[in-house]
Design a protein around this ligand. Structure first.
Ligand SMILES: [Cu+2]
Length: 288
C-alpha cells in the first residue's frame, strides 16, 4: 500500500505557475479596478468629504484586488490541478512551517496595515479632507481650517421625522434640508427622544442623533443636486420611514429659499424654544 505520494521528477513548478497566473491577472485587474470600477465606487463627489471618502474607497479596493486574486487563483489552481483523480485519498507530505513564506506573509501584511494606518491618519487631519468632524461630540478632533466661518445648521431627530434649524436665520425650523453649495457647513445633530442617526450618504456625512448630545459634522457641498437623508439607527416602529430628500442649492437660491422659510414660519418660530445645541422637551407636554 502506498503511504505517501512521492512527486514525480517531471512534476511542474506549481508555485511559479501560481505566482505567474496571479501576477498576470493582477496586471490586468488593478487598472480595471482603478479606471473602470473606481469612478462608480460610492459615495461620489457631492461634497469635499464624500470625494475624500471615495478616494479612500478606491485605494482600499485597489489594495484588496491582488489579495483577493491570490486567494481565487490558489483556490482555482488547487481544485483543478491537485484534484484527487481516483478513489484513494492520500495525505500530503507533513510540512512543518516554512520560514520564507511566513516571513513574507508577516512583512507584507504588516506593511499594508501600518501603511494604511499612517495614510488614514494623515488624510484625516489633512487640509484636503478638511476634517469631517465625524459626529464625535461638540468638539471633534478633525476640523476644517475655516471652521469659524462655517454656516451652522441643526438637525433634530425625533420619532419619526427630521427637522432642521438655522440659528443664523432667526432660528427658523424647517421640514426640509437645504444647504448652500461651496460653503463650509457645521451640522449639529441632536435628538428629542431616542437615538437616531443622521445619514446623508451622498454628502459623506453620518452622525448619531442622541438626546442631550450635540454631535458635529462638517461638510462642504460641491455639487448642486438633491441627496437622501435617512435614519441609520433603529429607532422604533416607523424607523424605515424616517427619510427625506435634502437639496444643495446655489448660494443665491439658498438665500431666497431661507428668506421664504423665515417669512412662512415666522409665527411658528416665535413659539419655539430658543436655539440651543440640545433640547429637553417635557415628557408631559408631548403628544400621548
Ligand atoms: Cu431610525
Amino acid at each position: 500500500m502506498e503511504a505517501t505520494r512521492i512527486p514525480e521528477p517531471s512534476e511542474p513548478r506549481h508555485a511559479i505557475r501560481i505566482v505567474g497566473i496571479w501576477a498576470g491577472l493582477t496586471v490586468i485587474c488593478v487598472p480595471l479596478v482603478i479606471f473602470v470600477l473606481g469612478p462608480h465606487i460610492p459615495p461620489g463627489h457631492a461634497s469635499q468629504q464624500s470625494s475624500d471618502q471615495h478616494q479612500i474607497n478606491v485605494v482600499l479596493t485597489t489594495l484588496a484586488t491582488p489579495i483577493v486574486l491570490m486567494v481565487w487563483v490558489y483556490f482555482g489552481y488547487a481544485i483543478t490541478v491537485f484534484r484527487q483523480a481516483g478513489e484513494t485519498i492520500v495525505d500530503g507530505p507533513p510540512i512543518d512551517g516554512n520560514a520564507r513564506i511566513q516571513l513574507t506573509w508577516l512583512s507584507v501584511t504588516s506593511a499594508i496595515v501600518l501603511g494604511l494606518a499612517v495614510y488614514g491618519t494623515i488624510d484625516l487631519f489633512s487640509a484636503s479632507a478638511a476634517g469631517a468632524g465625524g459626529g464625535q461630540g461638540p468638539n471633534p478632533l478633525a476640523k476644517p481650517a475655516n471652521v469659524g466661518s462655517a454656516l451652522e445648521v441643526q438637525v433634530i431627530g425625533q420619532q419619526w421625522l427630521w427637522t432642521f434649524r438655522y440659528p443664523g436665520y432667526g432660528g427658523v425650523e424647517t421640514a426640509t434640508l437645504a444647504l448652500p453649495v461651496n460653503r463650509e457647513i457645521a451640522i449639529h445633530v441632536t435628538s428629542l427622544d431616542v437615538a437616531h442617526s443622521f445619514w446623508a450618504y451622498e454628502l459623506g456625512v453620518k452622525a448619531d442623533a442622541i438626546p442631550g448630545s450635540d454631535n458635529v459634522v462638517y461638510v462642504k457641498p460641491e455639487q448642486i443636486r438633491s441627496f437622501q437623508v435617512r435614519c441609520a439607527e433603529l429607532c422604533g416602529l416607523w424607523h424605515g420611514h424616517m427619510n427625506t430628500t435634502g437639496r444643495v442649492l446655489s448660494q443665491p437660491d439658498f438665500g431666497s429659499w431661507i428668506a421664504q422659510q423665515e417669512q412662512q414660519y415666522a409665527a411658528v418660530t416665535k413659539q419655539l424654544p430658543p436655539y440651543s445645541h440640545v433640547y429637553y422637551p417635557s415628557p408631559l407636554r408631548r403628544a400621548p
